[in-house]
Ligand binder design. Structure first.
Ligand code: NAD
Ligand code: LMR
Length: 322
């Protein structure tokens, strides 16, 4: 498998857990790490540390600045390498800076990765970068390129647990809809704590107010506080998304940024977060037939419009392939 941006902050936070088996368990792991040329020397230091852990699961590590080498035969690609935003920026502001990375890497994945490769985009703006990558990844089904909204999902779980006093392990059916941006729609209207609807445990004002804004603006709050964007929690969410995609969720709902076929009125072709389940063979399914709360429906339309705007900007910048 391949990790891009492997010498960056999230790369450092995820590689050791990945090598220890966080996604593939005891299966031998052949890791290919991609970085820009100027960061390959620093990446070699990370590889020394990986080696010093003597992980029984880590069969080989290749470092490279060449996407052809990095993606050759890959079954799973974690696309983390991209610029993070700083204070005052929106994630969408990164489109111009980061979009070219995903166009080039999508093309290289189409040419060199395994035909049934799974690609997870963490680099921001994650949804539209996934769309850009998919548009260049000839021969790779759009369903195989997903974007990370699991961090938002986990942030929502943590908030509900705190508010209700119920443990995270009892919570289910939480949803993030739309874009990994301030317009995202955290939705607890279907959520359960054990068998109790979460809507019986929290008031509607919180459910549609502070809960939504806190989750949607958590990334900015972390940037304000740390002076840099989330790292440990982002690495954790990236691994959780990858693990669930590879191994299945046994009916549990997770939020994933996936290509829309028009579900819930999200225009086809956009990469939007939906509630998903994943079969043991790695195929994901959007949970269908949910009756959407009117407030959620309205907000979902707004976040979809933002995704359309990002797609149109990407097209204007010449970042979209065929
Ligand atoms: P970072 O700057 O510490 O690391 C990024 C790394 O990517 C750097 O080492 C850089 O050299 C490398 N890189 C840049 N261009 C590359 C290319 N073409 N090929 C390979 N590597 C390349 O940043 P970080 O904190 O690790 O964050 C990485 C990205 O993840 C950012 O875009 C950030 O906004 C995003 N992020 C997303 C989420 C999410 O929930 N979707 C959460 C947190 C961070
Ligand atoms: C996050 O949600 O923490 C990341 O996407 C980083 C950011 O820019 O907010």
């Amino acid at each position: 498998m391949t990790v891009t941006g492997a010498a960056g902050q999230i790369g450092y936070a995820l590689l050791f857990r990945l090598a220890a088996g966080a996604v593939y368990g005891d299966e031998p792991l052949h890791l290919r790490l991609l970085e820009v040329e100027s960061a390959v020397a620093s990446l070699e230091g990370v590889v020394m540390e990986l080696e010093d852990c003597a992980f029984p699961t880590l069969a080989s590590v290749t470092t490279t600045a060449d996407p052809e080498v990095a993606f050759a035969g890959a079954d799973l690609c974690l696309l983390v390498g991209a610029r993070p935003r700083s204070k005052g920026m929106s994630r969408g502001d990164l489109l111009e800076a980061n979009g070219t990375i995903f166009a080039a890497q999508g093309a290289a994945i189409g040419r060199h990765a395994s035909p049934d490769v799974k690609v997870l985009v963490t680099g921001n703006p994650a949804n539209t970068n996934a769309l850009i990558a998919a548009s260049h990844a000839t021969g790779v089904p759009a369903e195989n390129i997903t974007a990370l909204t699991r961090l938002d999902h986990d942030r929502a779980l943590a908030r509900i647990a705190r508010r209700t006093g119920r443990p995270v392990s009892e919570l289910s059916r939480v949803v993030i809809w739309g874009n990994h941006s301030a317009s995202q729609v955290p939705d607890l209207t279907h959520a359960l704590a054990g068998s109790t609807p979460v809507t019986d445990l929290v008031d509607a004002e919180w459910a549609h107010g502070a809960f939504v804004t806190d989750v949607a603006h958590r990334g900015s709050a972390i940037i304000e506080s740390r002076g840099g964007s989330s790292v440990g929690s982002a690495a954790n969410a990236t691994l959780a998304h990858a693990r669930d995609w590879v191994n299945g969720t046994a009916g549990r709902w997770v939020s994933m940024g996936v290509v829309s076929h028009g579900e819930y009125g999200v225009p086809a072709g956009l990469v939007s977060s939906f509630p998903c389940t994943v079969d043991a063979d790695g195929s994901w399914h959007i949970v269908e037939g949910l009756d959407l709360d009117p407030v959620v429906r309205e907000r979902l339309a707004a976040t979809s419009r933002e995704l359309e705007d990002e797609r149109d900007t990407a097209a204007r910048l010449g970042l979209l392939g065929a």
